[in-house]
Design a protein around this ligand. Sequence first.
Ligand code: GLY
Length: 364
Amino acid sequence: MGQTQSENVRIAAGGGYDVRIGSGLLKETGALARRVLKADRVAVFTDSAVDSLYGETVEKSCRDVGFETCRFVFQEGEASKKAETVMDFVEFMSHHHLTRKDAVIALGGGVAGDMGGFAASVYLRGIDFIQDPTTLLAAVDSSVGGKTGVNISSGKNLAGTFWQPSLVLYDTGTFESLNDDLILDGTAEIIKTAAIRDAELFQLIQNGSVADILTQTVKRCVQIKGAVVDADEKESGLRRILNFGHTMAHAIEKASGYRISHGRAVACGMAMMTAASEAAGMSQKGTCRTLCRLLGEKGFDLNPRFPLTQLCSLAASDKKTFGDRIHLVYIEKIGSAAVFDMEIGQLEEFMKDGAAFMKNGAAE
Ligand code: GLY
């Protein structure tokens, strides 16, 4: 069988791994996994929607190269992102006799990737895993960098581990199966990546649709994320910039009972934060307008829909808090991010100034 052409980005974190980007990679999962795994058995972990599209393709590709396989399918949606699902999968792996040399293949979007990685990191105190992202968001963000986890009652991703994959395969053909909401989810993370690190990418997105420059855009985002993760794998400094917009986003998601998707919430969170930082004189004049214009053009609604008091109180239980202080990320200008911290009690006032700045036409 001829090999699929792909772009390759090397990540150094963990044991070091490749992120491959190309059309048709899902059906090569088995052959490419063989090169990096010592496994006899692999467990494919996916959700009900992705399973019906790609589950059999991936499992068959693994069987074809001699792996023993099993497949665990959970109900699609953020509501499944909980400890019970991970523990059910851990029991499943044990039932199928996976040993320390075996591996997980996480197939799907961020929910499958985060939970599949989490299960791999705790089963037998840690086994290998491969990420097969099938959404744009997972391709440009969550499948790379080794953050795994689940939601708990007090918030999003509050239980998890850092556990790097052995390989990431993004099959660009899966883009065809995404609905508008899933494309928007990924677009928000792409705009985030450009806003914090790459003014040229920002301009590229201003000038065209992500679909037209898919491989180039995903590759650039993975390169940027890889460089940040390689410099600060466990998020003690630089990696925090990847959380731009996420403090308010996680609060919005939680307030909505996870009915507002991650990407829509991130878009809103980035706008709120940039309004606040510009109002405080921390961002170059006009940054908020430039960012909000692009977000608006791509179809994001930038109205947070929940009272600031509620959102700031939810933000107080986010991972970005440190004692009574909270780390916040802002952009000084498009392409350049910085981190600062403030007392949690001051957050509402800071965000209120941003809301007033927005009301007075900052985004127009
Ligand atoms: N999604 C942010 C990070 O991986 O650090």
